[in-house]
Design a protein around this ligand. Structure first.
Ligand code: SF4
Length: 161
């Protein structure tokens, strides 16, 4: 496992996904990620039985940070602005540090440590019903000042890069 904090924990399965490290559980109103003991290479994940559900709705996927090719990457600070906004806006949902198979390589952990993990399990990569806070957090910086109807549109937009 890498230790250079280069893995995005909100990668897109079909684009830059490399490993599945969590499954979306909880309820329709309150989704919570269940972290796997071992990350699974996406080549080994059978998505044929999802019956029209996209992988981003049920899996948390990590992949190499796309940096300048991601709308959330802040070129000035060389940071992921998405996790900065999540830590700023989203509530803490657990005070226990769950086991996470990608922690040593996770960009979000590298930037915010425990504060990112305390909020991480509420993040669903393709979230059709995000909380108001998460819907706001996932708007990339260059769209933050656009009108509130963007906020509504963003509810079906993937958070990852
Ligand atoms: S923020 Fe924490 S829990 Fe979430 S993927 Fe990174 S290390 Fe794992």
């Amino acid at each position: 496992m890498r230790t250079d904090h280069s893995l995005c924990p909100s990668a897109e399965f079909e684009l830059n996904g490399e490993v599945v490290f969590g499954m979306v559980g909880g309820s329709a109103q309150e989704r919570r990620v269940i972290y796997l003991r071992q990350a699974v290479p996406i080549e080994q994940v059978d998505i044929s039985r999802l019956n029209g559900i996209t992988p981003g709705e049920v899996f948390r996927v990590a992949g190499t940070c796309a940096k300048d090719n991601c709308a959330h990457h802040d070129g000035d600070s060389q940071q992921c602005s998405l996790v900065n906004r999540i830590v700023e806006k989203a509530p803490v949902v657990t005070s226990e540090l769950a086991y996470c198979a990608i922690r040593h390589s996770c960009v979000w952990w590298g930037q915010h440590g425990r504060s990112a993990c305390e909020r991480c399990s509420q993040v669903v990569s393709r979230d059709l019903m995000p909380s108001e806070e998460l819907a706001e957090a996932r708007i990339p910086p260059n769209r933050q000042n656009i009108s509130s109807d963007i906020n509504t549109q963003s509810s079906a937009v993937q958070s990852g890069g």
